[in-house]
Ligand binder design. Structure first.
Ligand SMILES: [Zn+2]
Ligand SMILES: [Zn+2]
Length: 298
């Protein structure tokens, strides 16, 4: 919740097919992009959870860093009501000229849980329970076609070539002898895409569980140790154990605890992990500048 010499504020950058999307941008977060050698040209969107300084103060720096590139293309900023006002006022007050368009996607009570589409990846949001209005996010890749059963195709009289491609793209073909072969005759069931969730600054709530449901990787706030459970409730945050309990209920595969209170040393972080692991064995405290590859589910 504050930039430290060894740890910046909580932010997650998702990189997919060479493009990038950032979740939250605290003070100085562009340093992480530079340290990680990630550049900024490929940044398509920033999703902001809420208007607390440790989650949004880094946005102006990111916008200016991005403007150093020639024609970097449009940027989408997703977030709670007021996010556009904050960004526009800041840019105006600083007299800063941005050489690209910014599209805003602001939450509103009548908006569905689907916020935006990032190159085909669904970006969903849900309100969480914090001391100010706060959103959690979920990225969900589109389903992929099922596996092509070549043995079955050959048994139906087809040979490798255009017929295979047509079937794989969902078109029926005619086999020698005049029989029609439909895609479902040779394709297995479609396969789900990867799911990543980002939920921070919240009490345990249904929104976190919904966003984390079946996630391959979930970044969830585990700000406090069990001994500070009362403080967690007062400040509208969660303990590592509460994050682990939600992850288990949501059948998450990997859990990374984020937004760790700055009062905890590196050794204390082990304690948070140990507490979380009593509930969810695959829990870890997320590390600064660490990459977490997400494998395809199958
Ligand atoms: Zn925070
Ligand atoms: Zn907050």
């Amino acid at each position: 919740m504050m930039p430290m010499p060894t740890r910046l504020t909580t932010s997650v950058l998702v990189r997919r097919q060479g493009r990038m999307m950032m979740f939250d941008a605290g003070e100085g977060i562009q340093l992480a992009l530079k340290k990680g050698g990630l550049g900024i040209r490929a940044l398509d969107a920033i999703a902001i959870t809420h208007l607390h300084a440790d989650h949004i103060l880094g946005v102006p720096g990111i916008l200016m860093f991005r403007a150093q590139n020639e024609d970097p293309g449009p940027l989408t900023i997703i977030g709670p009501p007021g996010v556009a006002r904050f960004v526009n006022n800041t840019l105006e007050d600083l007299r800063y000229r941005i050489n690209y368009d910014i599209d805003f996607v602001e939450w509103a009570p009548d908006r569905p849980s689907h916020a935006w589409s990032w190159n085909g990846v669904a970006v969903d949001w849900e309100p969480l329970e914090h001391s100010t209005f706060c959103l959690g996010y979920r990225l969900c890749e589109p389903a992929r076609p099922g596996r092509f059963n070549e043995e079955r195709a050959r048994a139906l009289g087809l040979n490798p070539g255009p017929a295979y491609s047509l079937l794989q793209s969902g078109t029926a073909v005619e086999a020698p002898g005049g029989r029609t072969v439909f895609p479902e005759d040779v394709m297995g069931p479609s396969r789900r895409g990867r799911i990543v969730a980002f939920c921070t600054d919240t009490r345990p709530c249904a929104g976190v569980e919904k966003l984390c449901k079946g996630a391959d990787l979930a970044f969830v706030e585990g700000m406090f140790s069990l001994k500070h459970e009362k403080e967690a409730a007062e400040k509208k945050h969660m303990t590592a154990v509460q994050a682990a309990t939600l992850a288990r209920a949501a059948s998450v595969d990997e859990l990374r605890l984020v937004h760790i209170s700055p009062r905890y040393s590196k050794d204390d972080e082990r304690l948070l992990e140990d507490e979380a692991r009593t509930i969810f064995p695959k829990a870890k405290v997320a590390k600064a500048l660490q990459a977490y590859p997400v494998a395809l589910p199958d």
